[in-house]
Design a protein around this ligand. Structure first.
Ligand code: FRU
Length: 572
């Protein structure tokens, strides 16, 4: 490994290379140049990853232009798994990877002895066969690598499109990209190629998609428009977060990034997660015929904007000062108009502002708070301020593993369908899976209901697609009781319903693997707004989702038992 190292390519590929297709050249310090020749036919460069290694840097230069800069935990002493760098888009071009290996030399061998430099390889295949016993049976997961927030979900022509925050080069957060999955039934998900990749404006953070039925952007009738945060991590501390748009003329499979990005900037560091929706017939809009509305998070408040064309945005108002929980950064907002389903105000519509926050959740870490009120196209106002003053807050799901919840746009029949990331920033990077990390919740339909205190609350019930599929357990509840989920190994997950205190508490301290994080053990307690009469449970390989009274009380919890909980007992 002194000067140059030619790969043993013949061993790794089926084609017989006429000349070296990959070579690794040592540069000064811990820098190397990995050159992949233009005539290389292989589809992938497989990068060896070691999860406990620090992030090394890879600058991807194609025909002398820097395409990407990746942070990758390149293996120093052992390979935990490989991740592929797809080569199709570089075919026929000169690909240079300038690699800086992040290593403390004091207790290591010589430069170039790192495992990654020997085990990196070209390949025509990348094996995504499941290797994880905690892989859910019917919850959405990435085939491999890291996932956080659901992004840009929309429905069109019979397909539910789900994009998500994806870290393609390892099972820990980084290199954010919009990956793409599609479902026709909200149960089976098909993985499609990554939709939006980092560019010179930054990595691709959370955002939304809309269908532009009226061609307001000029990109085309019924084009799918994505708006997302471009994030540049700078060496001088503050991230640069600005908002970009991209459009798709093939139902969201491929996107063209708009040349005029960014379309919206601000003077603050945390300015992200734009969520757009169309509002019809708004008095005061330019043509009286509706316009785009945008809500996005800005530090510890939300900012609202409007636009006729998604390129020019006007600030309308700000929301959140002194209201609700402010123990963390406000993220991933949504604004929905929902019907009240029972009580005196039955049939009335109210607006609900969804505000994910990290940290500050009711059981620690990240969670989804909400506000009930009205939105006139300019300003959101809460109905009853007292419910949100002095740090008081309402939560959509009181379990520890419900975050970044947002809704699908353009859903059929005026439906509102939401999905959340089923994890918590307290331990998301450390949960005991490696091939993939993180799953999403089942889809849920939000609704408003009246509690026994006459106040209006947000509920979420499982989407109708899950009924009658044998996925759930439906229990009748009569007074205080403990619901015990267990398996043959004697592991247990408990839900304790206390009718006197009107609470439901989740306890997973004996549910299997729990020691990977102290915070994972903490109990979660939900207030119960109307006496519980039923509890619906969705149990999968690594999660329990509980819905009291058809979604009035929601508790989502990750679990890592040796085998799926297959026994459900109600104990008095
Ligand atoms: C929420 C979040 C978003 C951001 C994204 C980055 O989990 O922090 O605010 O856009 O994750 O991956």
């Amino acid at each position: 490994m002194k000067n140059s190292l030619f790969s043993l390519l013949a061993l790794l590929t089926t084609s017989v290379p006429s000349m070296a297709q990959m070579e690794i050249v040592q540069l000064a310090g811990d820098n190397h140049l990995i050159r992949v020749a233009p005539q290389t036919k292989e589809k992938y460069l497989l990068l060896p990853i070691e999860e406990s290694a620090p992030e090394s840097q890879l600058r991807v230069v194609v025909d002398n232009v820097q395409m990407r800069q990746l942070n990758v935990r390149l293996a120093l002493s052992k390979v935990d798994y490989y991740v592929p760098l797809e080569l199709d888009e570089f075919r026929g071009k000169h690909l240079n990877l300038f690699t800086h290996i992040n290593i403390d030399r004091s207790n290591r061998g010589g430069v170039g002895s790192e495992v990654c430099l020997h085990d990196i390889k070209l390949s025509n295949t990348f094996d995504t066969t499941n290797r994880e016993k905690f892989r859910p049976e019917y919850h959405h997961t990435p085939a491999y690598a890291w996932m956080n927030d659901p992004n840009g979900m929309f429905y069109k022509d019979g397909e539910w499109h789900l994009y998500y925050q994806y870290g393609p080069y390892g099972s820990m957060w980084n290199n954010m990209t919009w990956a793409h999955s599609v479902s026709r039934d909200l149960i089976h998900w098909e993985h499609r190629p990554d939709a939006i990749r980092p560019d010179a404006n930054g990595t691709i953070f959370s955002g939304s998609c809309v269908v532009d039925h009226n061609n307001t952007t000029g990109f085309g009738k019924d084009a799918v428009i994505a708006m997302y945060t471009s994030c540049i991590q700078t060496p001088w501390g503050h991230d640069i977060q600005s908002q970009s748009i991209a459009y798709s003329l093939d139902n969201g499979n491929t996107f063209h990034v708009y040349e005029g990005n960014p379309v919206l900037t601000a003077e603050i560091a945390d300015f992200r997660d734009p969520n757009m929706f169309w509002m019809e017939s708004l008095s005061g809009s330019a043509n009286g015929e509706g316009r785009w509305q945008l809500i996005m998070s800005a530090g510890q408040e939300m900012r609202l904007f409007s636009s006729p064309n998604m390129k020019d945005w006007t600030e309308e108002s700000r929301f959140g000062k002194d209201l609700g929980c402010h123990d963390g950064v406000w993220e991933c907002p949504d604004l929905l108009k929902l019907k009240i389903e029972n009580g005196k105000q039955k049939g009335q519509e109210k607006w609900v502002l969804i505000c994910n926050i990290n940290p500050g959740g009711p059981a620690g870490g990240s969670a989804t708070q909400y506000f009930v009120g009205d939105f006139d196209g300019h300003k959101f106002t809460v109905d009853n301020e007292a419910r949100y003053t002095s740090g008081k807050a309402l939560w959509q799901d009181y379990g520890k593993d419900h975050y970044a919840a947002v809704s699908f746009s353009n859903a059929p029949n005026g439906r509102h369908t939401m999905i959340a990331w089923m994890s918590n920033w307290q331990y998301a990077n450390n949960v005991p899976t490696m091939q993939f990390r993180s799953a999403n919740t089942i889809c849920r339909e939000p609704f408003l209901f009246t509690g026994s205190d006459k106040q209006i609350y947000l509920g979420s019930r499982p989407s109708p697609e899950y009924a009658g599929k044998g996925l759930d357990h439906e229990l009748k509840i009569k007074g205080s009781c403990t619901i015990v989920l267990s398996n043959a190994e004697g592991e247990e997950f408990r839900l304790v319903y206390d009718e006197k205190a009107m609470t439901l508490t989740a306890d997973r301290s004996k549910s299997g693997l729990v020691a990977f994080s102290q915070e994972f053990n903490e109990q979660a307690t939900a207030p119960v707004r109307n006496k519980l009469t039923s509890l619906r449970l969705f149990i999968d390989k690594c999660s329990v989702e509980a819905f009291g009274n058809d979604g009035e009380v929601c508790m989502t919890s990750l679990v890592f038992p040796q085998s799926k909980f297959d026994r459900v007992n109600v104990v008095k």
